[in-house]
Ligand binder design. Structure first.
Ligand SMILES: Cc1cc2nc3c(=O)[nH]c(=O)nc-3n(C[C@H](O)[C@H](O)[C@H](O)COP(=O)(O)OP(=O)(O)OC[C@H]3O[C@@H](n4cnc5c(N)ncnc54)[C@H](O)[C@@H]3O)c2cc1C
Length: 167
């Protein structure tokens, strides 16, 4: 997995994003072929200055391989405004977030938002991974400093790992 930070070329503020929103990237790996369009959830706090997306590199994946191996700092990509209906519902009640694999990215944005607002809500974030190689330790560790305590529960016998975050 790798992350890209996308900043506007015109220095104008970016459209606001809700935690859980995704953007559509459009790029053309081969000039003589149609462009690729791929959706990526924002994996960080909404900011008027930058969007961050986190991409799982798929074996033989056209877009993820291109983004990983060809895109360089300073390159320009077409990026849509943030969109989607899978967003964190405001409120005071408990929050339960379920995700697996790279599906953790919108949940990560939600956890960042809850941490940033100093939410007093009870938060349970359950994450499933095929094995320890795919656990989200790297991305989850980035929110530890924001005040969310992370507890882990592992079931190695069944080769599944569940990460529990609780405020
Ligand atoms: C709302 C939304 C949010 C998303 N958020 C994220 C996110 O945050 N992070 C993220 O990484 N992804 C996210 N995705 C998925 C992302 O949009 C792409 O689908 C993903 O990156 C794979 O694109 P790709 O071009 O790399 O792979 P593709 O080229 O589309 O290939 C997909 C898979 O099919 C296999 N494949 C391709 N061609 C063949 C073939 N001929 N025969 C057999 N197998 C084949 C590839 O090996 C690969 O494993 C999201 C999708 C949606 C809809």
């Amino acid at each position: 997995m790798f992350s890209l930070t996308l900043v506007p070329t015109d220095a104008l503020p970016l459209a606001a994003a809700l935690p859980g929103h995704f953007v559509v990237l459009r790029f053309r790996p081969k000039p003589d072929e149609p462009p690729l369009l791929r959706s990526y959830s924002l994996s960080n706090l909404s900011s008027p200055y930058a969007y961050r997306v986190s991409v799982k590199e798929e074996i033989n994946g056209a877009a993820s391989s291109y983004l990983r191996s060809q895109v360089r700092l300073g390159d320009v990509l077409d990026v849509s405004t943030p969109r989607g209906s899978f967003t964190l519902r405001p409120g005071k009640g408990p929050v339960v977030l379920l995700s697996a694999g790279i599906g953790a990215t919108p949940v990560l944005a939600m956890l960042h938002a809850l941490a940033a607002e100093g939410s007093a809500r009870m938060i349970w974030s359950l994450f499933g991974a095929r094995n320890s190689m795919e656990h989200p330790f790297g991305i989850l560790s980035s929110i530890k400093d924001d005040g969310i305590r992370i507890r882990a529960a592992m079931n190695l016998k069944r080769r599944h790992t569940y990460w529990l975050g609780r405020s």
